[in-house]
Write a protein that binds this ligand. Structure first.
Ligand code: ARG
Ligand code: GLU
Length: 685
């Protein structure tokens, strides 16, 4: 007994104190961290990071599109983000004659900047803790309505610590955003999916845009009369470089972490959810890769699909590995045991963990079903197409309108690859049937499978007989009677149930989440030493740490800085992901690096990427990496896959974010893009 208490006390201290460099802090509360930041090398004050009274670094940081971060480089709205964040926009602007993705693009004047319809950039005007206002009876709608008074303003109230605190966020959204330039994919996406989440890394993952505004500097729809937006603040760029041990700070919009969930939730991720999703995606990737290996056309057509599947697939593998390596489930169980001992005498908390445990047991089957459905059946293109047709037809009928099914059909066929889809469908239906709880198995599906004598035979018959997949024109009555529509109907119940579980994480399903509010409150009362920070939720955060390598295992040390020597070592004209532009080879051959050359690890080279200990997550892509003086030294774009468990538990010894060195960005703009005129409007130091 004594031993047990001792062990939990020990665990309590190692697990609970926010480890050095762990944390994503709210910028308006950064004052509480400033001492620690200064000890690590930060030279500025809290109000330089966030202030509502004067320009601060926050005014130089934006949310780019739906899920990335960007930063201003000039007083004329010049904006930097990742290549993979600009990818969709660049793709939309590209055509066969103007393939900006492959060859890159540089506007040589403002007239050559290309408007991107639909692309928006949001600036945080201010944030405010409104917990008390709400507690005093003010209505959320009223607070939001009042906050929205401003040109292009939007506002929302976001929950911190599962609703123990509520923050108002007011943004101004700019709608005229133009593409200025990007390197060719052979630089911007160098290493492709092979190097994704991997260190050493050599990706020049950046692209440049410009924000435009009306004559009052306010948001406006695209117009040729709009003027470059003048940000209150833009970054000074340091060309002095980074060294191991230097302070770094990341300012951006991380999307989703769950640092405070109980062992049950971690176990679900590590033992149930991630393994299922990984297994299903492995099969889809194998099918796509086999087809890609056979045909260059398929390789290109499925490049984005493949990247999308592989990105999370690789991340989840790192997450499972990391959680197992750290023993997070066991640690959390021990932590909960000591919490329970403390809570025993407190009526409002005494039953919490038991209640949560029961709630998880009730919620997991439904949540798992939603995840299984969306990773299997919902990935079948024919299924999604038939479902969208059926939905459109039904809706049109209700409204007394007609829906042009043949137009949708023709459109679908343009990019449809039946061989790949049918192979995927076979595997996905098999997997679904094997993993679904027997009582949730759709009865009609079972009947069909028995009738045809096996899942694969049924799926083949389904694809053979569906008129929706053939070239012959189709009518509304074809849609109604089609076997694929029948297949869609089989999943009606499952799809409707899934809607009840469409929450960010298992722990956000209301039946579970309601216990987290008191649990978080209790944790903060009990665990006084722990430095709490709210989970990521796409709101603006500050993370800080240092440039650092890591030792993953005995004698396996990773240096924190990569150079173009590493690019040249990987260069291979026969491998798509490693085929660099000839101009880069030429520069390397002469070692004529100009002002960008320097001696790194004893070699004269150009820095490319670097590692640091900042706690980041998805959404931090494109975030400015800032030195102790508040100057820009890089752009965050990835973590190592071995770090990705930091969404649940951060390990300071191995968790590393990956950034492009700003000097490589400048080198590429200058020497590969020939666009150094852009430097005229930047502050290079
Ligand atoms: N892993 C990074 C992120 O999560 C980069 C993804 C894009 N790059 C790629 N090669 N797929 O977004
Ligand atoms: N590439 C990720 C993004 O797009 C960042 C990587 C991560 O830390 O998850 O936000």
């Amino acid at each position: 007994m004594i031993k047990k208490i001792f062990i939990s006390a020990l665990l309590c201290c190692t697990f609970l104190t926010a480890n050095a460099d762990e944390g994503m802090w709210l910028p308006n509360l950064i004052g509480s961290r400033i001492k620690d930041m200064r000890a690590k090398g930060f030279r500025l004050k809290a109000e330089d990071i966030y202030s509502i009274n004067k320009a601060s670094l926050k005014d130089a940081v934006v949310q780019f599109g739906g899920g990335c971060t960007g930063e201003f480089l000039s007083g004329e709205g010049l904006l930097l983000t990742n290549h993979h964040c600009g990818y969709g926009s660049i793709q939309r602007l590209s055509s066969v004659e103007h393939d900006y993705l492959t060859h890159g693009y540089w506007a040589m004047s403002k007239e050559e900047e290309l408007p991107v319809p639909g692309l928006t950039v949001s600036l945080l005007v201010r944030m405010e803790d409104v917990t008390e206002r709400l507690a005093k009876g003010e209505k959320a709608e009223d607070i939001i309505a009042e906050a929205k008074k401003g040109e292009g303003y939007r506002a929302s109230i976001e929950q911190m610590y599962y609703g123990n605190q509520q923050f108002l966020f007011v943004y101004q959204t700019y709608r005229d955003v133009r593409f200025v330039g990007a390197p060719p994919s052979s630089i911007g996406k160098f290493g492709g999916d092979t190097d994704n989440w991997v260190w050493p890394r050599h990706t020049g993952d950046f692209s440049i845009f410009r924000v435009y505004a009306d004559e009052n500097n306010n948001p406006a729809d695209y117009s040729k009369d709009n003027k470059p937006y003048q940000p209150k603040r833009h970054f000074t760029i340091s060309t002095k470089g980074v060294d191991e041990g230097d302070f770094t700070m990341i300012y951006g919009f991380p999307g989703n972490t769950q640092e405070y969930v109980t062992a049950d939730a971690v176990e679900y991720v590590a033992k149930v959810s991630d393994p299922m999703k990984i297994a299903l995606r492995t099969q889809r990737l194998e099918i796509i890769e086999a087809a890609q290996a056979e045909s260059a056309e398929v390789r290109i057509a499925f490049a984005a699909v493949h990247a999308g599947i592989a990105n999370a697939w690789k991340k989840w593998q790192g997450e499972v590995m990391g959680l197992n390596r750290l023993g997070t489930v066991e640690k959390k169980r021990a932590y909960e045991e000591s919490f329970a001992a403390w809570a025993k005498t407190k009526p409002e908390y005494a039953n919490l963990l038991d209640d949560m445990h029961k709630a998880y047991e009730e919620v997991i089957p439904g949540y798992y079903m939603r995840e299984l459905y969306s990773e299997s059946i919902a990935t079948i293109d024919a299924y999604s197409f038939a479902r969208s047709l059926w939905t459109a037809v039904t809706r049109a009928e209700k409204e007394g309108k007609t829906y042009d099914v043949e137009k949708a059909h023709q459109n679908f066929l343009k990019t449809y690859n039946q061989n790949i889809d049918q192979a995927i469908a076979r595997r996905m239906v098999v997997e679904f049937c094997e993993r679904v709880a027997p009582e949730r198995m759709p009865a009609d599906l079972k009947v069909q499978i028995n009738y045809y004598g096996g899942v694969e035979k049924y799926v083949d018959a389904l694809f053979r007989s569906s008129r929706l997949l053939g070239k012959e024109p189709i009518t509304v009555s074809d849609v109604r009677g089609d076997a694929m529509t029948e297949f869609v109907r089989m999943f009606n119940t499952i799809r409707n149930d899934a809607l009840n579980y469409s929450y960010r994480n298992l722990s956000n399903v209301p039946a579970v989440e309601k216990y987290y509010r008191p649990y978080m409150r209790a944790l903060r009362e009990w665990d006084k030493e722990r430095a709490f920070y709210p989970d990521a939720n796409f709101t603006l955060r500050v993370a800080y740490g240092t440039v650092a390598g890591y030792e993953y295992a005995d004698a396996e040390y990773h240096h924190p800085v990569s150079t173009i020597d590493g690019i040249i070592a990987k260069d291979d004209p026969n491998i798509y992901d490693y085929n660099i532009p000839q101009s880069l080879r030429d520069i390397y051959a002469t070692k004529d690096y100009g002002r960008w050359g320097q001696t790194i690890n004893g070699r004269y080279s150009v820095p490319v990427c670097f590692l640091a200990t900042n706690h980041t997550s998805g959404g931090n892509s494109g975030s400015p990496v800032i030195n102790g003086k508040g100057e820009l030294i890089g752009i965050n774009f990835d973590r190592t896959w071995r770090s990705t468990m930091s969404d649940i538990e951060f390990d300071p010894t191995i968790c590393r974010n990956i950034s492009v060195d700003i000097r490589y960005v400048l080198f590429v703009i200058d020497r590969i893009g020939g666009a150094s005129y852009l430097f005229d409007e930047m502050n290079l130091k």
